[in-house]
Design a protein around this ligand. Structure first.
Ligand code: MSP
Length: 508
C-alpha cells in the first residue's frame, strides 16, 4: 500500500443527533495515528472526517430539541469539529453533508446511477429502524425489533430502489480477488456470508419526511441518508471532478469504520461505486466497540464519557496511548479509569518517562548537559542501537495492516531493552573510574531515546516533541528520514524535565 506517495484515510462521518463520546473520538484517533505515521514517513496524506447531518433520526433530534434542523445541525456539527481540534487531530478536511459541495456530489452520483438504470422507481413496504437508519426484512427482526434492539416502524411509500441484488456475484468476485479488502479476517468472513446469503434491492429514497438531499428531478423524494452519507468519501476528493488527486488518493485509500456499520462500507458502498463505474477504495478496516466498566455506552444509561473531560484530567498523550494500546485494533475494548491510570503509570511514567528522565538528568549532572562523545562500542551497545535502527520496516508493516497496538508493543519493547541496558551497564558507577565508558553508554542511550522519540510521535505527539526538544533536535530533523542521522556529540542539551508524571490518586 505504501509504494505510492499518496494516501487517503477516512473516518465515518458522525451523526449529529448526539454529543460526541469516546466511541466517536476513537475512530478519528486511530486515523490520526496512522496519518501522523505516514506523514513522518514521507507520504502525502488526506485524512477526512466530518458529520452526517440528514435523515429522519437527525430531524427527530432537532424536533426534540425544539430547533429548526439546519440550526440544530450547525450547532452539533460544530461540537464534533471542536472535539477534533481539541484533540489536536490532523485531519485535512471536515465534510458536512449539508454543504453545497456535498449535495452536488451526492446528486451527481444519483444522476449517474439513474442514467445507468441502476436506480428504478417502485414502492417500499417494509420495516424501518430510524435509530439505525436501516431497512429490515421481516425475517431479520428479533421479537419485533431490529437486530440491534432498535424499534422498527412499518413504512409504505413510493420509493426509488438501487439494484443491489444485481451486484451480488460481482461483489463476491471482488472480495475473492482482493482478500485484503476487508480486515480483520473475521469481518471479511461475516461479509462473505452475508453477501452469499443473497442481496435485495435497496430502497434509496424516502417521501415521508423532508430533511435530506432532494432526488434530482423528483424532489418529493429525498435521498436515503446512507446513499447521501457514503458519498462524502468522494466529496472530499472534489467529485464529480476526477482529477489526478481523485485517482491517486482513491487508489490508495482506507476506510476505518466501527463494526456496526460494516455492511454499508463493505457491501453497499462498493456496489454503488461499481454501478456508477467508479473505482473502489483499497481497504475497509473494521474496529470494535468500547464499553464502559463492562456496559454498552448509551445515552439512556447516561454513561457516555466525554473525551474532553478525559483529556482535561489525564492529558492528551495518556488518553491517546490508552485507546491505541489497550486492545488490539479490531477488537472490542472496555474503558475504565483504573485501566487508563494503570497504563499511564506503567507504560508511560515508569517505562518511557523513567528512561528519558534517568538518562537526561544523568547527562545534565555528570556531563554538564553535553552529549558525550562515544568511544569504541561493545556488542551490547551495538545490540541496543541496532534495535532502533532496524525497527521501521516492522512498524510500517503493522501500520499497513492497521495493527496499531503492535506498533506500540514493538517500540515499547525497545524502551524496556534500553531500561534493562541502563540497569546492566550502571553508568553512574563509572563516573570516576571510567568516564570514557560512561560517556559511551550515555551516548548510546541518548541516541536510542532520540530514535524512540521520533517513532513515538504518532502515538504520544506532545511528549515526543518535548523529548526531542530536550535532545536539542531541530524541528526539521524529526521525520523517519532522520532516524539514520545520529545525535551529534558535543552539543549542549537544555535542562531536562519530566515528561510523563505518575498519576497519584488524591490521598495516596
Ligand atoms: N453516520 C453513520 C456513518 C456514516 S459514514 C458514511 C454513523 N454514525 S455514528 O455517529 O453512529 O457512528 C460513527 C462511528 O462511531 C462508527 O464507526 C461507530 O462504530 C463509532 N462508534 C460509535 N460508538 C462507539 C463505541 N462505543 N465504540 C467504538 N466506536 C463506536 O454510523
Amino acid at each position: 500500500m505504501n509504494n505510492s506517495k499518496k494516501f487517503y484515510v477516512a473516518t465515518p462521518i458522525y451523526y449529529v443527533n448526539d454529543i460526541p463520546h469516546i466511541g466517536h473520538m476513537y475512530t478519528t484517533l486511530a486515523c490520526d495515528m496512522l496519518s501522523r505515521f505516514m506523514r513522518l514517513d514521507g507520504v502525502d496524506v488526506k485524512f477526512i472526517t466530518g458529520t452526517d447531518e440528514h435523515g429522519q433520526k437527525v430531524e427527530k433530534a432537532a424536533m426534540n430539541a425544539g430547533k429548526d434542523p439546519q440550526e440544530f445541525v450547525d450547532t452539533v456539527s460544530q461540537n464534533f469539529r471542536d472535539l477534533a481540534s481539541f484533540m489536536r487531530f490532523t485531519h485535512t478536511d471536515f465534510v458536512r453533508t449539508t454543504e453545497p459541495r456535498h449535495v452536488k456530489a451526492a446528486q451527481h452520483l444519483w444522476n449517474v446511477l439513474r442514467e445507468r438504470d441502476e436506480i428504478y422507481l417502485g414502492e417500499y413496504a417494509g420495516w424501518y429502524s430510524v435509530r439505525d437508519e436501516t431497512f429490515h426484512q421481516e425475517s431479520e427482526l428479533i421479537d419485533g425489533k431490529a437486530p440491534t434492539g432498535a424499534d422498527v416502524e412499518w413504512v409504505t411509500e413510493p420509493s426509488y430502489f438501487f439494484r443491489l441484488s444485481k451486484w451480488q456475484d460481482r461483489l463476491l468476485e471482488f472480495y475473492h480477488a482482493n482478500p485484503d479488502f476487508i480486515a480483520p479476517q473475521t469481518r471479511r468472513n461475516e461479509v462473505l456470508r452475508f453477501v452469499e446469503g443473497g442481496l435485495h434491492d435497496l430502497s434509496v429514497s424516502r417521501t415521508s419526511f423532508k430533511w435530506g438531499i432532494p432526488v434530482p428531478n423528483d424532489p418529493k423524494h429525498i435521498m436515503y441518508v446512507w446513499l447521501d452519507a457514503l458519498t462524502f468519501y468522494l466529496t472530499a476528493l472534489e467529485y464529480p471532478d476526477q482529477s489526478t488527486d481523485f485517482t491517486e488518493f482513491w487508489a490508495n485509500s482506507l476506510l476505518v469504520v466501527g463494526k456496526d456499520i460494516l455492511r454499508f462500507q463493505s457491501v453497499i458502498w462498493p456496489a454503488f461505486l461499481m454501478a456508477a463505474g467508479l473505482p473502489l477504495p483499497t481497504r475497509v478496516f473494521v474496529h470494535g466497540w468500547w464499553t464502559r466498566d463492562g456496559e454498552k455506552i448509551s445515552k439512556s444509561l447516561g454513561n457516555a464519557i466525554d473525551p474532553i473531560q478525559l483529556v482535561e484530567t489525564y492529558g492528551h498523550d495518556p488518553v491517546r496511548y490508552f485507546f491505541l494500546r489497550e486492545v488490539p485494533f479490531g477488537n472490542d475494548g472496555d474503558f475504565s479509569e483504573p485501566a487508563l491510570i494503570g497504563r499511564l503509570n506503567s507504560d508511560l511514567a515508569n517505562s518511557y518517562g523513567n528512561l528519558v528522565q534517568r538518562v537526561l538528568s544523568f547527562i545534565a549532572k555528570a556531563c554538564g548537559g553535553i552529549v558525550p562523545t562515544p568511544d569504541e562500542l561493545t556488542s551490547q551497545d551495538q545490540a541496543l542501537l541496532s534495535q532502533a535502527d532496524d525497527i521501521l520496516p516492522t512498524l510500517r508493516e503493522n501500520i499497513e495492516k492497521q495493527t496499531f497496538h503492535k506498533v506500540i508493543e514493538h517500540i515499547w519493547h525497545i524502551i524496556a531493552e534500553a531500561n534493562r541496558y541502563v540497569d546492566e551497564q550502571k553508568p553512574w558507577a563509572l563516573k570516576t573510574e571510567n568516564p570514557t565508558r560512561m560517556g559511551t553508554i550515555l551516548y548510546v542511550l541518548s541516541e536510542t531515546i532520540r530514535q524512540i522519540a521520533i517513532l513515538t510521535q504518532p502515538i504520544v505527539p506532545e511528549a515526543s516533541a518535548r523529548i526531542l526538544d530536550q535532545l536539542a533536535i531541530p524541528h526539521d530533523r524529526r521525520t523517519f528520514a532522520h532516524l539514520e542521522i545520529a545525535l551529534i556529540p558535543g552539543i549542549t542539551l537544555p535542562l531536562p524535565e519530566g515528561v510523563f508524571p505518575r498519576w497519584v490518586e488524591e490521598g495516596k
